[in-house]
Design a protein around this ligand. Structure first.
Ligand SMILES: Cc1cc2nc3c(=O)[nH]c(=O)nc-3n(C[C@H](O)[C@H](O)[C@H](O)COP(=O)(O)O)c2cc1C
Length: 186
């Protein structure tokens, strides 16, 4: 059987992003059970239908990456009880048809969602909004388990890097569940 391919989409462009660090921890946990890559989309322009066709190179690159993935794992911050605008912009690009014969790249793709915040919320509200959006786009959302990590500052090491002591077993459970979830859809 071919190796499962998971692409991670992190809803923060910040270099020290907690959510990026969470995605990197997931990559390490997954190990050789799947190919795991983090999609770089910092160069995607703001959606503007004037530049939609032909799609900008950056959009084509990300679309191809999503298309060749067996599952998409979202790691989202929470901004004002929502997921960040950069993530909405990316998903808007990915939601559009590529051509007359090509299917939309997100439709039917398995999706997992995790998120981490320094505050109490743990990104639950942002995740609920994301579920509404990606369900509309016909992604197959793994709702159990989702991972919400509050109080991130309690899980930093002395250099301020995410150490994930308490949350690591929950991330491992989600990783295992997502691998199963993807395998069942294949
Ligand atoms: C515009 C903005 C709005 C925010 N709103 C929330 C919020 O609603 N809930 C929350 O828990 N944290 C909120 N935060 C704090 C973020 O959770 C925090 O900055 C987090 O570290 C961002 O994720 P990142 O580390 O992956 O970049 C907000 C931050 C910004 C910049």
């Amino acid at each position: 059987m071919e190796r499962i391919r998971i692409s991670a989409i992190v809803g923060s462009l910040r270099k020290d992003s907690l959510n990026l660090q969470l995605a990197l921890a997931a990559k390490e946990l997954i190990g050789d059970r799947a190919a795991f890559s983090i999609i770089d989309y910092h160069d995607i322009p703001l959606m503007n239908q004037d530049i939609e066709f032909p799609a900008p190179e950056s959009v084509k690159r990300v679309r191809d990456e999503v298309k060749s993935s067996d599952g998409i794992w979202f790691f989202t911050p929470e901004y004002n009880h929502f997921f960040p605008g950069v993530l909405k912009n990316l998903i808007d690009w990915l939601s559009r048809p590529v051509g007359k014969t090509e299917p939309r790249v997100l439709a039917g793709k398995p999706a997992a969602i995790s998120g981490i915040t320094p505050g109490m919320s743990g990104t639950g509200l942002a995740q609920d909004h994301l579920v509404t959006l990606i369900s509309f786009l016909d992604m197959k959302v793994m709702n159990v388990p989702r991972l919400t990590i509050p109080n991130a500052l309690q899980q930093l090491d002395k250099d301020g890097k995410l150490e994930l002591k308490a949350s690591l077993p929950f991330l491992e459970k989600q990783a295992e569940a997502f691998l199963d979830f993807i395998a069942k859809q294949k």
